[in-house]
Ligand binder design. Sequence first.
Ligand code: HMG
Ligand code: MG
Length: 302
Amino acid sequence: MDLPKKVKIVEVGPRDGLQNEKENVPAEVKIELVNRLSAAGFVNVEAAAFVSPKWVPQMATSREVMDGIARKPGVIYSALTPNMQGFEAALAAKADEVVIFGSASEAFSQRNINCSIAESIARFEPVAKAAKDNGVRLRGSISTAFGCPYQGDVPLDAVADVVARMRDLGCDEIDIADTIGVATPRHTQAVMETAIRAFRIDALSGHFHDTYGQALANIYASLELGISIFHSSVAGLGGCPYAKGATGNIATEDVLYMMNGLGIETGVDLDAVAEAGHYISQFLGRKSSSRAGNALLAKRNG
Ligand code: HMG
Ligand code: MG
């Protein structure tokens, strides 16, 4: 099969990337980051999470961030919403898309959102309905689809089941997430093929963390199946607070470098993203985890 000619990259750095930072990142820094990213050409930026601030303190400034960003026409600014309380907050903050996030593993569901998979779907039902009633785009994210830090292997049937439930809730897009970055390319294809049987291929996305350095290979393996939406995080920021030891998403700069080399259109300016990666890495006081970002910076600095 030919690779897709065009892909959508969802930039999740401001949410998935920063949610795990121990030191408080002020709202104005997040706002500057989001603005730099939308200026770089992303059509979808995950900017906020309306979750309990006791569970994820870093996301407590989500309203301020959503209020402060310069909204670029045509860009979808997404926010995580685990329940109706989160949905109301996201609606008030004018999120263009809300993300219900469940898991293919019971153990991870309990640790991350404090309820079983079935309970989570029941919580998502009113959120999904409210999203439709208010004309807000609805995305479903499925964590630990490739492996779980608490239960280990995750069967394909469990992934198929949650994809079908998310589909039945009316999701416009569904993310298949490797929360702890354990997948390898053939396993990725097996999981993606399972998801493709249950949902529209053009609305399925791959969300790969890079813990074991496999994320880029897994994206390529997904491209081979025709998947055309991928999540990534500028400078490779991030990790989930409820997946200990798991590192950030694959770095956006690395994904863009590969897409450019493959002649796949993204609509995003790699140099501008590398600058945004440099900006946030400097703020955090550490080197970016993006190989391509660091190489571009070194080249620029001669
Ligand atoms: P709970 O304790 O079961 O909820 O938490 P509750 O309904 O019993 O409420 C308890 C308290 O939380 C109450 O406050 C509520 O007001 C408050 P109190 O009376 O104690 O002061 N609360 C909220 N506050 C703000 N916004 C809300 C909200 N809901 C309740 N929406 C809950 C359940 C889901 C809220 C909690 O477990 C939670 O917030 N978990 C956070 C999970 C999270 O954000 N994880 C990281 C993001 S997921 C991820 O990174 C994976 C992903 O990237 C894909 C992948 O890589 O796998 C998407
Ligand atoms: Mg994630």
